[in-house]
Design a protein around this ligand. Structure first.
Ligand SMILES: [Zn+2]
Length: 258
């Protein structure tokens, strides 16, 4: 049985692992009869925003976000807000600001600068009534403080926090994104968090080319593998995998206004 109607709410097809076959892969995945029906490109820097816009023009069901990832702090333009304002004028397929957030995993990315950049981007999203795609790693306390302050509309992608944090974010009206990590043997906390997410509040994603689900763990990921994520999710929720794929797609469309 092949599952249908997969919407990947977070992908990076501009990454180098796709250099050899990017266009043929996307042609195949976004053609009629494929299990995939839509993609949301997550931007990280200026060149990735350009990629997103180019491919959103090329494929009807390819949508894009624009934003500066905290890991790209070193390559920021002088006026990130003005840069994003300019890019907004270039396409009506821009459906979110992302991926933006806080990442305290690596030393060297100044925390105050990360917070300042995130504030700018949340405020911009709220001015333009756009949802946000959040990246949060090892920065829970500062991130939660900002969520309580702004109460933004958006998704916390690749959610890996505890069920308590999940409930807090859901209570603020945010969506939670779940991907390949859900299928990993050692991901008890993520499974517990998925279990508390209501059916109208979760999205499926790959974050491809990274984080391929079991049984493909370690290899290059693509959006079709959401099938394997949904099969694992079905066991946790006791809901058929196809129904979860359908719910996740409708949630993604509702969040991004598609
Ligand atoms: Zn990502």
């Amino acid at each position: 049985m092949e599952l249908k109607g997969i919407f990947d709410s977070h992908c990076h097809y501009d990454s180098t692992p796709f250099d050899a076959d990017r266009d043929s892969l996307l042609d195949e995945m976004l053609s009629e009869g494929s299990s995939v029906c839509g993609l949301m490109h997550a931007s990280t820097d200026i060149s990735s925003m350009r990629f997103g816009l180019e491919y959103a023009n090329r494929y009807e069901s390819f949508y894009t976000s624009v934003g500066f990832h905290p890991e790209c702090m070193d390559n920021l333009p002088e006026d990130p807000k003005g840069e994003l304002e300019n890019i907004f004028r270039t396409g009506d397929k821009i459906k979110a600001i992302g991926e933006v957030g806080l990442d305290y995993h690596y030393e060297g990315y100044d925390r105050d600068r990360q917070i300042a950049l995130l504030r700018i981007q949340i405020e911009l999203a709220q001015e333009h009534s756009l949802p946000l795609i959040f990246h949060m790693r090892e920065a829970t306390a500062d991130f939660m403080a900002l969520m309580h302050e702004y109460k933004p509309n958006g998704v916390v992608h690749c959610f890996s926090g505890s069920p308590e944090i999940a409930r807090e974010l859901l209570g603020l009206g945010l969506y939670l994104g779940f991907g390949g990590v859900l299928t990993f043997k050692n991901s008890r906390k993520v499974k517990a968090s998925f279990a508390v997410a209501p059916l109208d509040r979760f999205l499926f994603e790959t974050d491809c080319p990274y984080l391929a689900p079991e049984p493909y763990r370690g290899s290059r990921c693509d959006s079709r593998m959401i099938e394997n994520i949904a099969l694992c999710a079905a066991e946790i929720k006791g809901v058929p995998a196809q129904q979860l794929i359908d719910m996740a797609r409708e949630n993604t469309k509702a969040l991004f206004g598609l």
